[in-house]
Ligand binder design. Structure first.
Ligand code: FES
Length: 89
């Protein structure tokens, strides 16, 4: 289990299991992240990881272009933490 801290939400922290995506974990614990397709294709769930390492699953280049990937933007439905993370929603 990893701790995911949300910036600018009074230090809200939720837990995410290994191999679980951030979107599923957040919603299970009452942290609102907008969602659409849940398949890495619509961009509705875009977040920015400001601290920590993660795996990025298959994400559309159209909604998450290279420039945003370099700045650690990611799609929450395809973001798999490798340790504790801090994110911006
Ligand atoms: S919900 Fe559509 S990209 Fe995540």
């Amino acid at each position: 289990m990893f701790n995911i801290q949300v910036e600018h939400r009074e230090g809200k922290v939720f837990r995410c299991a290994e191999k679980e995506d951030v979107l599923t974990a957040a919603r299970r614990q009452g942290v609102a992240i907008p969602l659409g397709c849940r398949g890495g294709g619509c961009g509705m769930c875009k977040i920015q990881v400001t601290k920590g390492k993660f795996d990025r699953g298959k994400s559309s280049m159209e909604v998450l272009p290279e420039g945003e990937r370099e700045k650690n933007y990611s799609l929450a439905c395809k973001t798999y933490p490798l340790g504790d993370l801090t994110i911006k929603i």
